[in-house]
Design a binder for this molecule. Structure first.
Ligand code: 6PG
Length: 246
């Protein structure tokens, strides 16, 4: 099922998303004992992570296992690190046990080796039970990339690997990313998208006839799962019930 929620601005979007994510965490813990949470980077989710820390310190953090959907291949204390962004906004402010936090490694000379290592970690984590993020957060860039699945890249055709190293036309170019075979196992996927520069990318992602090569978010279609789009008005300008886009 796909659900679209549109908010006036980033602040109200972030607040509802923080509350919605906390509810999804609680539901996963109630249903399956733990919550495997896939985190997104970029700038948009920062405020949501801050509000999650402020409003939901009492969430069952001891039972939440945190993974990243993509990472820039920079040291973990680098200003462009997705791990660092989440650490500062959220992890330093909630009682999550360090053993539950699984950043993508970025310290191996070969990114592809780091990608294999992270995939092994995930496969080990899910051993003995169905492999699936309980909740996977994703962002969307103006050029349509999601996680670090960029338009027209060979990784869009990956069918077996869960984590790969990619070279992308962005700064920084070296990144690790999860792939569709893992993304599309998730129970819940939630996109957070804000700003007018994203409106066309949102429209392309939601159109039934979009090519994954042009609009990688169109390939996000978890078989058993729900997809929620938390959008601000500007990002939703070209879609929504009133535009016949959903
Ligand atoms: C990254 C991301 C990426 C991000 C989009 C949107 O590391 O860059 O995980 O997929 O979600 O680029 O980023 P903004 O929120 O900064 O626009």
């Amino acid at each position: 099922m796909r659900r679209l929620q549109v908010f006036d601005d980033l602040e109200s979007l972030s607040r509802v998303a923080a509350d919605g994510l906390a509810a999804q965490i609680r539901e996963a813990v109630a249903a399956r004992g733990r919550c495997a949470l896939g985190l997104t980077g970029g700038r948009t989710p920062r405020r949501m992570y801050e509000l999650l820390a402020e409003r939901h310190r009492e969430a069952p953090w001891g039972r939440v296992d945190l993974f990243w959907g993509d990472e820039r291949y920079v040291p973990h204390d680098h200003p462009q690190s997705n791990y660092r962004m989440v650490k500062v906004a959220l992890l330093d402010r909630v009682p999550v046990p360090p053993a539950n936090v699984h950043p993508m490694p970025t310290d191996h000379p070969e990114p592809s080796t780091a990608a294999r290592g992270y995939e092994e970690l995930l496969r080990g984590y899910f051993r003995g039970r169905p492999a699936a993020f309980d909740v996977l957060l994703l962002g969307l860039a103006a050029n349509g990339h999601v996680a670090s699945l960029f338009p027209h890249q060979p990784v869009l055709r990956e069918r077996t690997r869960w984590v790969v190293a990619v070279d992308v036309p962005a700064d920084p170019p070296r990144r690790l990313t999860i792939t569709y075979p893992l993304i599309n196992l998730a129970h819940q996927v939630a996109f957070l998208v804000a700003g007018s520069t994203k409106a066309e990318a949102v429209q392309r992602a939601l159109r039934a006839d979009s090519e994954v090569d042009e609009a990688p978010a169109a390939g996000v279609a978890p078989a058993p799962g729900d997809v929620t789009w938390w959008l601000d008005r500007q990002a939703a300008a070209l879609v929504g019930p009133e535009k016949g886009g959903v």
